[in-house]
Write a protein that binds this ligand. Structure first.
Ligand code: SF4
Length: 489
C-alpha cells in the first residue's frame, strides 16, 4: 500500500503544482511512511526530490518552492518489493531514448521475474530494486513515440496490482490495473487557484474543463485537503490523461474485471474517504453493528483499539446497547504499527503507541473492537496492557474475517507463516492473545455492511480466491530484485 497524488494546475495559475501535490499527499500519509517524494515538470524538464522519512520531513517548506511547474506527482511508500533504502523511494525517474518519465506506484506486480527477463540489459540497468523501477525502465525503453502509446503496449504484459501516477514533460497520467485492486480518483481543483480568474463567487469551473486544474488521488481525502471536487473514480483498465489547459482524456487499455481490495474499505483507507460511493466511516460503523449481531458479548463497556477500530466500535456499541468509552490513548505521532517494516519495530511500536486509561478500564468487562489481526502480536500486547490496567474481562471483537492467505497485491503479508490465522484456529488465537473470548466478522457480515455484491471486491486474503492467479514463485519474493545475479560460465 502506498499513497499517490498527481496535480495539473491551469496555465497562469498562481499555485505551483508541487505545492498542491505535496498537500494532497499529506492526506495520504497513513498509506506509507517509509519515504516520500515529488516529481515536477515545467513543460520541458522533469525535476525530482525524494527521501526516506515522513512526508512532513521530506517535503518541507525549504524544498517545495524550488520544484516549479504546472505538473506534479507525489508518492509515499510502504514497501512490498525491495528494501527501505533511498534508491527505492518514489517517484522513480528515468530518461529513455524517447521520453523522460517519473512514476509513483501503489500496488505490487506478480510477474516481476518475467518482466525482468524482457528488459534489455537485465537487472544491472536498474538503480533500485523495486518492481516500479523495472516498470519505469520498460516504459522508458518502449519505442512508441507517445507515453500513452507506450503504456498501452507495455501494460498488457504487466500482472498484479498497479495504480500508477505517471509524469512526462507534458502530462500527468493516472492508470489502474484491470482489476482496480488499489483505488484512484479524479478531482477538479477550485477556481480560486487561478490568479487570472475573473471575479466570481468561490467555487469550481463546472463548464470550463480546459481552464480547470485537475488532480488524481489514492483517496477522496486527498481531494478534500486541496479543496478539489470529486469528479469520478478512474476505472479499472483505464488511463486518464491530464494536461494543462485541456479537459481530461480517457483511454481504455484493458477490459475491466473490478476487484477492489476490500481491506481498503475495512481498514487501510481513511474513514473520511469515499469508495464505491460509500463513506468509509459509515461502512465501518455498519461492520461493527454486524459484528455485534454475530458475536455478542456481555460486557460493561465497548471500546475501540484507536484509531482505526473506532468506527466499528461505535457500531458495535450502538447495536448492542452497551456504553462506548475510550480506554486506550494513542500517541498520535507514532504511526501505524502494522505498516512499519520489521517485526521488532512492530513489537516495540505498540507500547510506544498505546496507553491505557486506568480509570476507565479498572474492574470492567470490556468488548475491545479492532479491525484486523495479522500476526497476533499487537492484539496480544493490547490485551496484556488492559489486563495490567485492571480490566476484569477482555473480549476481543474483530470487524473483519480471519486473514488466512497472503496478499500479493500491495500489502506486505506475502508470507503465509506470518499470518496467525493461517496456522492457528480461532480458539488457539484467543489463547495466544490472552482474551476471554474472540469473534471475527464473517464475509457475509462484511457484505451486508457494504450492501454491495461479493463480485466487486478482492477477498483473497480471507478466502484464497485470487482474482488474478499468482504465480507460485511470486510468494515470499519481496526482495526478488535483490537476489544475487547468477554468474554464467
Ligand atoms: Fe486486499 Fe486481501 Fe485482496 Fe490483498 S488479498 S488485495 S489485502 S483483499
Amino acid at each position: 500500500m502506498c499513497g499517490v497524488f498527481g496535480a495539473v494546475v491551469p496555465p497562469g495559475s498562481g499555485t505551483e503544482a508541487a505545492t498542491v501535490a505535496a498537500l494532497g499527499l499529506f492526506a495520504l500519509q497513513h498509506r506509507g511512511q517509509e519515504s516520500a517524494g515529488v516529481a515536477v515538470s515545467d513543460g520541458e524538464q522533469l525535476m525530482l526530490y525524494k527521501d526516506l522519512g515522513m512526508i512532513s520531513s521530506v517535503l518541507d517548506e525549504r524544498r517545495i518552492p524550488s520544484l516549479r511547474g504546472n505538473l506534479a506527482i507525489a508518492h509515499c511508500r510502504y514497501s512490498t518489493t525491495g528494501s527501505t533504502v533511498w534508491e527505492n523511494a518514489q517517484p522513480t525517474f528515468r530518461l529513455g531514448p524517447r521520453r523522460a518519465l517519473a512514476i509513483g506506484h501503489n500496488g505490487n506486480l506478480v510477474n516481476t521475474r518475467e518482466l525482468l527477463a524482457s528488459l534489455t540489459g537485465g537487472r544491472a540497468r536498474l538503480p533500485a530494486s523495486t518492481d516500479t523501477e523495472l516498470l519505469t525502465a520498460l516504459l522508458a525503453d518502449e519505442p512508441a513515440a507517445d507515453t500513452v502509446d507506450a503504456l498501452v503496449r507495455v501494460l498488457p504484459r504487466v500482472r498484479g496490482a498497479f495504480t500508477l501516477i505517471v509524469l512526462d514533460e507534458k502530462r500527468v497520467i493516472g492508470v489502474r490495473d484491470p482489476f482496480g485492486f488499489r483505488p484512484l480518483v479524479l478531482g477538479r481543483l477550485p477556481a480560486e487557484d487561478r490568479i487570472d480568474a475573473p471575479e466570481r463567487p468561490a467555487g469550481l469551473w463546472p463548464e470550463d474543463d480546459a481552464a480547470s486544474g485537475w488532480c488524481l488521488s489514492s483517496e477522496t481525502a486527498g481531494l478534500d485537503i486541496v479543496g478539489a471536487e470529486y469528479v469520478r473514480d478512474v476505472e479499472p483498465g483505464e488511463i486518464v490523461i491530464l494536461e494543462a489547459g485541456r479537459a481530461p482524456q480517457s483511454v481504455r487499455y484493458a477490459t475491466a474485471s473490478p476487484a477492489l481490495c476490500v481491506f481498503e474499505l475495512i481498514y487501510f483507507a481513511r474513514p473520511d474517504s469515499y469508495m464505491e460511493g460509500r463513506n468509509l466511516y459509515e461502512v465501518r460503523r455498519r461492520m461493527g453493528m454486524q459484528l455485534a449481531t454475530e458475536h455478542p458479548a456481555e460486557t460493561d463497556l465497548v471500546m475501540p483499539v484507536p484509531d482505526t477500530g473506532a468506527p466499528a466500535a461505535a457500531g458495535y456499541a450502538e447495536a448492542s446497547g452497551i456504553p462506548y468509552r475510550e480506554g486506550l490513548v494513542r500517541n498520535r505521532y507514532s504511526g501505524r504499527t502494522f505498516i512499519q517494516p520489521s517485526q521488532t519495530m512492530r513489537q516495540r511500536g505498540v507500547t510506544i503507541k498505546l496507553n491505557p486509561l486506568r480509570e476507565v478500564v479498572r474492574g470492567k468487562r470490556l468488548a475491545v473492537v479492532d479491525d484486523s489481526i495479522v500476526r497476533g502480536t499487537t492484539t496480544k500486547q493490547i490485551v496484556s496492557i488492559l489486563r495490567r490496567a485492571g480490566a476484569a474481562e477482555v473480549h476481543v471483537r474483530i470487524s473483519a474475517p480471519p486473514i488466512y492467505h497472503p496478499c500479493f497485491y500491495g500489502i506486505d503479508t506475502q508470507v503465509e507463516t506470518e499470518l496467525i490465522a493461517a496456522t492457528h484456529s480461532v480458539e488457539q488465537i484467543r489463547e495466544f492473545i490472552g482474551a476471554d473470548t474472540l469473534g471475527y466478522l464473517s464475509i457475509r457480515g462484511v457484505l451486508a455492511a457494504l450492501e454491495l455484491p461479493y463480485e466487486r471486491f478482492c477477498f483473497a486474503c480471507f478466502d484464497g480466491r485470487y482474482p488474478d492467479p499468482v504465480p507460485y514463485d511470486a510468494a515470499s519474493r519481496k526482495f526478488i530484485l535483490e537476489e544475487p545475479i547468477p554468474v554464467r560460465g
